[in-house]
Write a protein that binds this ligand. Structure first.
Ligand SMILES: [Zn+2]
Length: 250
């Protein structure tokens, strides 16, 4: 049912987290996911849907905005059809039928999840105010300076539109703040943020609706690059990570 109110969601999030189950990976999981740092993965199931699984590994990882002590591998959630559909549909459940969403702006390769999310929302009756009465699913371009931008042929998906931002993980919030600012430049209105995992419940006054929170990974930590205690203690970096994945450092 797509009738849950946001406040209701946040009120019960503590209880919901009790429904998650943390477990080690099976041999089959390890084989399919490859070798290297992947071998020690753990996973957190999502009680409401067996096809939603968060995989993570402890270590010392460098992301574009911070250093973190867990790497979350969301590759299968983004790319494997059954998992991407389940992820998108569960994210869609967090919106009300009275919500109006014109565009889902997908960050960090979340387009497949975004498409399933839009499909579920549309079937449930969440409407779009744009002239075609259907949602746009798009992603931004980044220029060589790393600034988010939209070409002329894409700007109509943002200008005057109610935009939902979809991101894989929200930790420092810098990526989301940049997206909110850019959408404002193009005269769009951010009406919601969805994430697979989020540390915060809101950013810039906009609620973040996430499948997983720090309740599920209470010792997850994100450090400023200059003030990382792992670096200070001489702990070697395991991998460089971004929205595309990770690259290990041997
Ligand atoms: Zn570090």
């Amino acid at each position: 049912m797509l009738v849950k109110r946001c406040s209701f969601w946040y009120n019960i999030i503590g209880n919901i987290t009790l429904l998650f189950r943390v477990s080690g990976m099976t041999l089959g999981d390890k084989k399919e996911m490859g070798e290297g740092i992947m071998q020690d993965y753990k996973k957190i199931d999502y009680a409401k849907n067996k096809d939603v699984v968060l995989r993570y590994i402890p270590g010392h990882f460098v992301t574009p905005n911070s250093h973190v002590n867990y790497y979350m591998d969301l590759t299968d959630m983004k790319s494997r059809q059954r998992e991407a559909r389940a992820t998108g549909e569960e994210l869609a459940e967090m919106y009300m039928v009275s919500d109006v969403i014109d565009t889902i702006l997908c960050l960090n390769s979340m387009e497949v999840v975004g498409a399933y999310m839009a499909n579920k929302m549309t079937k449930a009756g969440i409407i779009s105010a744009n002239s075609h009465k259907t949602m746009y699913i798009t992603s931004p371009e980044y220029n060589t300076s790393g600034q988010m931008m939209f070409r002329e042929n894409n700007q109509h998906m943002i200008r005057g539109k109610k935009v939902l931002i979809l991101i894989d993980t929200a930790t420092t919030g810098e990526t989301l703040l940049g997206a909110i600012r850019t959408i404002g430049f193009y005269k769009g209105e951010v009406v919601g943020i969805s994430a697979i995992y989020s540390v915060a419940a809101q950013i810039g006054g906009i609620p973040i609706r996430a499948l997983y929170s720090n309740h599920d990974l209470p010792d997850y930590a994100s450090f400023e690059t200059e003030n990382c205690p792992l670096c200070r203690d001489g702990v070697p970096v395991d991998a460089i990570c971004n929205g595309f994945g990770y690259s290990t450092i041997k």
